[in-house]
Design a protein around this ligand. Structure first.
Ligand code: DGY
Length: 321
């Protein structure tokens, strides 16, 4: 059986990888850090499939360098690194892995809020360094949580918040019935900023949403607000956030994503006492990462054999043929 030629931008999980090897001849980037652009374009010259772990920029240049490409399958739900229109123009279907990472990402997002509110990480640091002492936090019970970006992950966060006795308000492009059923109330963006005790950002990054949280938005928030970003670092103006935290314009930030990312050691944000940062681990559980890899492989093999992808972002590409 003739095998498909496929490029992998990084290692994946054994189950998923073995499935790929059954059907494909693989070029796998195993180097430190993301695959260098030149190397990727070179490998793509005769590739039929691209399996991406999300760290590569997919644009018109890349697509032009890959004339035989029939599918791009990426692990992860966010795809701000991908020019979807260019994929469609080149007749290449692109798929991400929504759905399978919702619960894990919601756990981490709400976990960040809870850890920050109760200073769990600070308490552990004190105990670990022999400075046993109480740290006081805030109650989540009875507080108002404002969720900006009420998609599947936002709705799953709202379920957790409801179980913790929080009132929920949200802002989104459209009303979200599942969230309303949980008692979440739609409000205009500025009203959410002014009234929420905790604000969680789960908006996908795009040219329109970049810098959504800047000086003006932090100034509208309560000085006691806890701000969480679990989407993409680019949603937040980092300098404005630093300014808001150091000048107590807001109380605390908990971030799973930063701009720049990874955040370099010595970055001013890291010197603040009122911040908690995790290394972009929203979907990072064994079970979820395996499910993401399996779904991406399913999409890859479907595209290689000319079949519709389970979670195609640009399904109109199939009408063009
Ligand atoms: C996602 O799935 O978008 C995660 O943030 C990993 O990039």
């Amino acid at each position: 059986m003739q095998k498909y030629k496929v490029v992998l931008t990084g290692p994946t999980w054994p189950n998923a990888y073995n499935k790929i090897l059954e059907h494909c001849e693989v070029k796998l980037w195993e180097g430190k850090g993301p695959i260098p652009r030149d190397q990727l374009l070179d490998w793509l010259a005769d590739a039929e499939g691209l399996f991406s772990t999300g760290q590569v920029k997919v644009d018109a240049e890349l697509l032009s360098a890959a004339p035989k490409l029939r599918v791009i399958a990426q692990t992860g739900v966010g795809y701000d690194n991908v020019n979807v229109e260019a994929c469609t123009n080149h007749g290449v279907p692109f798929a991400n892995t929504p759905g399978v990472l919702v619960e894990a990402t919601a756990d981490l997002t709400f976990g960040l809020l809870l850890a920050a509110a109760r200073r769990i990480h600070e308490g552990w640091e004190l105990v670990r360094t022999g400075k046993w002492q109480e740290v006081l936090g805030i109650d989540l019970y009875g507080k108002t949580l404002g969720i900006v970006g009420m998609g599947d992950i936002g709705t799953a966060v709202a379920k957790r918040a409801q179980a913790f006795g929080m009132n929920i308000i949200y802002h989104n492009r459209t009303l979200r019935r599942e969230a309303e059923a949980l008692g979440a109330k739609y409000v205009p963006f500025n009203e959410l900023l002014k009234t929420a005790d905790c604000v969680i950002c789960l908006v996908p990054l795009s040219a329109q949403s970049r810098g959504l949280f800047g000086k003006e938005q932090f100034a509208m928030m309560k000085p006691t607000v806890y701000f969480v970003n679990a989407s993409r670092g680019g949603l937040v103006d980092t300098e404005a956030l630093y300014d808001a935290l150091i000048n107590k314009i807001i109380a605390y930030a908990a971030l799973d994503v930063t701009d720049p990312e990874p955040i370099p050691s010595g970055h001013p944000l890291l010197s603040l006492p009122n911040i908690l940062i995790t290394p972009h681990i929203g979907s990072a559980t064994y079970e979820t990462r395996n499910r993401m890899a399996d779904l991406a492989v399913q999409n890859l093999l479907a595209g290689l054999s000319g079949n519709p992808l389970a979670t195609c972002v640009n399904p109109s590409v199939f009408n063009k043929a």
